[in-house]
Design a protein around this ligand. Sequence first.
Ligand code: PMP
Length: 412
Amino acid sequence: MKSFNIEKIRKDFPILNQDVNDNTFVYLDSAATTQKPISVLDSIEKYNKSSNANIHRGAYALSIRATEMYDSARKKVKDFINAPYVESIIFTKNTTEALNLVAFSYALENVSRGDEILVLISEHHSNILPWQMVARKNNAKLKYIYLNDDYTIDMKDFKSKVTENTKIVTVAHISNVLGTINPIKEIIDYAHEKGAITIIDGAQAAPHTQVDIKKLNPDFYVFSGHKMLGPMGIGVLYGRRELLEKMSPFLSGGDMIEYVEEQSSTFAELPHKFEAGTQNVEAAVGLKRAIEYLEDVGLENIKKHEMKLTEYALKKMKEIPYITIYGTEDIDKRSSVISFNIDDVHPHDVATILDSYGIAIRAGHHCAQPLMKYLKINSTCRASFYIYNTLEEVDIFIEGLKNVRKWLGYGS
Ligand code: PMP
């Protein structure tokens, strides 16, 4: 196993080395977006300084080089998630766009009146709204899978809700609120057995876990570059080749065509059919470098490190009597996202008070309002740890939490 050197890693992330509100900056919001190492920043700058050109359209050296760099980013993504074909990797803007692509290009054409789409209640809005749209337009039914008391997916409920009408089952690999790792292999296998296709939202998983498409065998798997040390503006849709081949384009225009006549057109081969217009080449270059960084450190090392922080934080938080944690106690079933509330204090106040100590956490509904309603709460605070966080930062966070109620005039 490769070695994990946190001091060395922190030096790679200059943004972390600053004071915020006169305190050492502690960034605990990687579930929203991650910071970028120097190598990623440099790769984008180098691309722009030496290779920038529009791809696929030029017979000249720079355009050919830019095209090669874009193609090699796609190959890197394919290898990273162990996908069977490079043509199955479609670059999108983000997870949201990837899910919308599947909703518009696959679901609208394959889901009919009376069919059912099954979604987990803890999904991010980006994995709910597209299905509401499909259900509304095609008179299909949107059904929800609910949770056990420990916030894990209720597999009995899931199995009872898959019927002969279920056309799509879609769940997050890891919840962005509860941090639960969902048993997606079991979900995918069961859905397939019953004849449904599966869509996995990997936005919170790809940065932290080895995703093995060949082993998991989902029909679609999506994630965002900006949550895995890469740039904003690039996301990935993996799709089963046979399905992608049959699907109509999502967006149409330049670059995704074969021939265009006055009244009709034919479309390019995969993956270009789904990549209309000028692509975000510099972001693809940055994403490739981000994956290389993750591979250099080793996903296993990263997971071990962030779970050490998570376990420590959870232990310390549980010692504070007025904190409620929303997530399973089983460390093997969770990720490095911790949602919590402090009695009598609004999450926004918690986040604002922590910010005064230089600590960045997120507060709100985390784009999961159906989950909030299900849990009978309006919002939570959320701290999330990643490759560059330290035990010392967890201590600073815990001290900050202990100060919140005092700050507002409560005795303890
Ligand atoms: N799904 C999950 C589980 C997420 O955590 C997020 C981002 N918070 C998204 C989807 C949407 O990602 P993006 O904004 O990059 O499209």
